[in-house]
Ligand binder design. Structure first.
Ligand code: ZN
Length: 187
C-alpha cells in the first residue's frame, strides 16, 4: 500500500472541495485519512493467504450445526467508498473436520477489509469455509446498514440489507436451513 499516494490524493480532494489543506485543522488530515484507509482496507495489504485462515483444523465426530452469530462486520462499499456495518452469522455442518471459532471471525475480517459489495463478501466467506473444511454444508447470512444509502442518495435511515449464501445441506435440506434461520432469529 502506498500511504504517501493516498495522502497526496486526499490533499487533492480537499483542494477540489475548495478547502485549504494547509490550514491548521486539516494539516494532518491527509495523513490520518491514509492511516484510516490502511486499517479499514488492511485485507489488500495482508500477507495472509486465504488458505492459511482456516488451516488449523481438528478431526472431530460432530455432525450438528456449528454457528457463530452476530460477528461484527465493518467494510467499505466499493461504489461510494463509504462504510457499511452490521453483523454476519456463519454456520456449518462439519464433514469430519472443525476449525476454531475465532478463525471463522477472521475469515469475515479477511474479506471485509477491502473494497466490497455485501453480496460478494457473503459469498467469499461461505466459499472459503466450503473449500477449506469440506463440510456437509455452509450458511452465511449478513445484515448490514450501508451509509451510502442512509446518509446520502435516497437517505433511507434504518434500512438493513440482508444477504445469504447457502451451500450443501443448507441449500438442499429444508430442516437444516430452518434450524439456521431460527437460531439467528429470522424465523
Ligand atoms: Zn454504496
Amino acid at each position: 500500500m502506498d500511504i504517501k499516494k493516498i495522502e497526496d490524493g486526499f490533499r487533492l480532494i480537499l483542494e477540489g472541495l475548495g478547502e485549504n489543506p494547509n490550514r491548521e485543522g486539516l494539516l494532518k488530515t491527509p495523513e490520518r485519512v491514509a492511516k484510516m484507509y490502511s486499517e479499514l482496507l488492511s485485507g489488500l495489504d495482508s500477507k495472509e493467504n486465504e488458505k492459511d485462515i482456516l488451516a488449523t483444523q481438528f478431526v472431530e465426530k460432530y455432525d450438528e450445526m456449528i454457528l457463530l452469530k452476530d460477528i461484527p462486520v465493518t467494510s467499505i462499499c466499493e461504489h461510494h467508498f463509504l462504510p457499511f456495518t452490521g453483523v454476519a452469522h456463519v454456520a456449518y455442518v462439519p464433514g469430519n473436520r472443525i476449525a476454531g471459532l475465532s478463525k471463522l471471525a477472521r475469515a469475515v475480517d479477511f474479506y471485509a477489509h477491502r473494497p466490497q459489495v455485501q453480496e460478494r463478501l457473503t459469498t467469499q466467506i461461505a466459499e472459503l469455509i466450503h473449500r477449506s473444511l469440506e463440510p456437509q454444508g455452509v450458511g452465511v447470512v449478513m445484515e448490514c446498514v450501508h451509509t451510502c444509502m442512509t446518509i446520502r442518495g435516497i437517505k433511507k435511515t434504518g434500512s438493513v440489507m440482508f444477504t445469504s449464501k447457502l451451500i450443501g445441506t443448507f441449500k438442499s435440506n429444508a430442516t437444516t436451513r430452518a434450524e439456521f434461520m431460527s437460531l439467528i432469529g429470522k424465523r
